[in-house]
Design a protein around this ligand. Structure first.
Ligand code: ATP
Ligand code: ATP
Ligand code: MG
Ligand code: MG
Ligand code: MG
Ligand code: MG
Ligand code: MG
Length: 265
């Protein structure tokens, strides 16, 4: 390739190396989806078609990128990994749109997503991250379910619904839902209450059976890291073949992880 006086700009590309042996979380978030959901008249508080579409796009990303465990990646290059995941997700979201919203053709501004990568050095940190998101899902959904019940069934406007809920705790919201609208929050769909977990499904381990304890946090030597590469390649092939499932389950308690030891070890 011919050199030119302009080539020096290539040196500005930094390698963006990540620390080996850490869990990489890539969080994807729709850009301006408040407006986007209004444009396509998403049902409030939860549009089932939109959630199914998000899940379908996440599933498609997982089958395309076998390194991803439970929608979380393991790799060595930050920007490459993040951009690959975000653009793959967006591409599938757009491709699958018409299957979930057949009567509403997409038009500009088209949906797009932002992505951020965060490194978690221990399994505990990673599990705490997942728990944090699931708690957030619950808090938001309880609020949104009550907020929209006040509007849709109680005839309040958004301002009054917000006022009504200011300073309320979870028990107050459950009470409003039950006594005024005869809604038992516990009977709301798990998809809305717990979110969606996408992962590769292998055989479950019986609850209570003792599984091998893997000390994932212990430091590995360089040789061990080299040796584990062949194993990694094998695992990668196995992952590429596995069935990907979407479930709406508790990922805060130990049980989910204990019964699926292939996820975090
Ligand atoms: P930003 O670009 O900063 O992320 P945003 O408008 O996307 O801005 P978020 O905090 O990400 O804001 O919130 C996403 C919004 O999209 C929610 O507040 C909600 O109004 C809407 N939304 C997304 N998915 C659904 C859905 N399945 N059903 C109903 N509304 C949805
Ligand atoms: P920014 O995107 O500007 O960096 P942020 O990190 O505060 O801002 P936002 O995407 O703006 O995150 O989200 C605003 C609020 O919505 C936060 O309280 C966050 O906990 C919550 N939130 C964001 N993404 C999700 C999600 N995918 N599911 C549930 N709650 C979310
Ligand atoms: Mg968001
Ligand atoms: Mg955001
Ligand atoms: Mg936001
Ligand atoms: Mg958003
Ligand atoms: Mg924001």
């Amino acid at each position: 390739m011919a050199n030119s006086k302009y080539e020096y700009v290539k040196a500005f590309e930094q390698p963006d190396l990540l620390l080996p042996n850490t869990w990489i979380v890539v969080r994807i978030d729709g850009r301006g989806f408040h407006k986007f959901s209004a444009k396509y008249a998403f049902e409030k508080p939860n549009d089932r078609r939109a959630l199914d579409l998000m899940n379908a796009a996440a599933k498609a990303v997982m089958s395309e990128l076998p390194d991803i465990v439970i929608a979380y990646g393991i790799s060595d290059e930050y920007s490459k990994l993040t951009t690959t995941i975000v653009s793959t997700f967006t591409a599938h979201f757009v491709l699958l749109w018409s299957s979930y919203f057949p009567e509403l053709p997409l038009s500009p501004p088209l949906p797009s997503f932002d992505g951020r990568a965060v490194l978690y050095p221990s399994v505990q940190n990673l599990r705490d991250y997942m728990s944090w998101r699931q708690v957030d899902c619950h808090i938001n959904n309880l609020y949104n379910t009550t907020f929209w019940a006040l509007i849709q069934m109680g005839g309040l406007d958004a301002k009054d619904a917000e006022k009504e809920l200011a300073g309320s705790v979870a028990a107050d919201k459950n009470e409003i839902l039950f006594s005024r609208f005869n809604i038992n929050y516990n009977n709301e769909p798990d998809m809305y209450k717990k979110g969606s977990v996408v992962f590769r499904d292998y055989e479950l381990v019986e609850p209570g059976s003792v599984s091998e304890v893997v000390d994932e946090d212990s430091a590995k030597t360089m040789e061990q890291l080299e040796l584990s590469k062949t194993q990694e390649e094998k695992d990668r092939k196995r992952r590429a073949k596995a069935i990907i499932t979407v479930q709406h389950v508790d990922i805060i308690k130990d049980e989910f992880w204990e019964r699926r030891p292939w996820l975090l070890s």
